[in-house]
Design a protein around this ligand. Structure first.
Ligand code: ZN
Ligand code: ZN
Length: 218
């Protein structure tokens, strides 16, 4: 049986893909990007282009000596290169392999903790540069509204959520930055499970989440 096609609308930015390809992302963002790429043929193909361009630049000993057709030669190289052979990290379970390595198994291995309002989380162990968690939001429930002091990457693994910007379905990634204030709400019908990473604490707008924030490490 082949995996069902998923229709992904919200993708990684070029900046994230380039940094991933160059190996300069913090660990938590690296995990979210790798997990999205496991789902997404389009971003995987882009990543291979960045990999190939990066490799070509590194291989060019004397950039001044590059001929006029070096760019098209590079594109030919990418086109005909076997690094473009699609690969899939998707394993037999519901979590892609990069995520399973952090969870220590699949969905049933996750150790959830209640965080209020029916929402549960499981913090994944990474280095201190980012904070990474799985979120379980019951269908129709909301995450408290908040702003961001840095970047927040949220990848949908099951179900869907909406905020004022759009709706996000399985495989979609939302890249939230300091200019966004939002309240993600899980769609009705199915509980929503997300993988989220932040590089700075969130800015909650109401008191209770703000008081709980240090305990929730969010
Ligand atoms: Zn994508
Ligand atoms: Zn957010």
């Amino acid at each position: 049986m082949t995996a069902p096609m998923i229709d992904i609308k919200h993708h990684l930015t070029d900046n994230l893909l380039m940094a991933y390809s160059a190996g300069t992302l913090p660990e938590g963002f690296n995990l979210v990007v790798a997990t999205h790429i496991s789902f997404c043929d389009e971003c995987r193909a882009h990543m291979h282009e960045f990999d190939a361009v990066g490799g070509a630049i590194m291989a060019a000993e004397d950039p001044i000596a590059m001929s006029d057709n070096s760019f098209s030669a590079t594109l030919d190289l990418i086109e005909n290169s076997d690094v473009l052979t699609p690969f899939r990290h998707i394993s037999s379970g519901s979590f892609p392999t990069p995520l399973q390595e952090y969870v220590g198994g699949d969905l049933d291995a996750v150790k959830w903790r209640k965080v209020g309002g029916g929402v549960r989380q499981a913090i994944l162990k990474t280095d201190k540069s980012t904070s990474v968690r799985l979120l379980h939001i019951p269908a129709g429930a909301a995450v408290p509204d908040h702003g961001h002091r840095g970047t927040e990457l949220t990848l949908v693994l099951q179900g869907a959520f909406s905020d004022k910007t759009d709706s996000f379905y399985k495989g979609d990634i939302e890249v939230a930055t300091e200019d966004l204030n939002h309240q993600p709400i899980a769609e009705m019908g199915e509980d929503c499970i997300c993988l989220a990473a932040t590089d700075a604490p969130l800015r909650f707008n109401s008191l209770i989440p703000r008081l709980l924030q240090p305990f929730l490490q969010i």
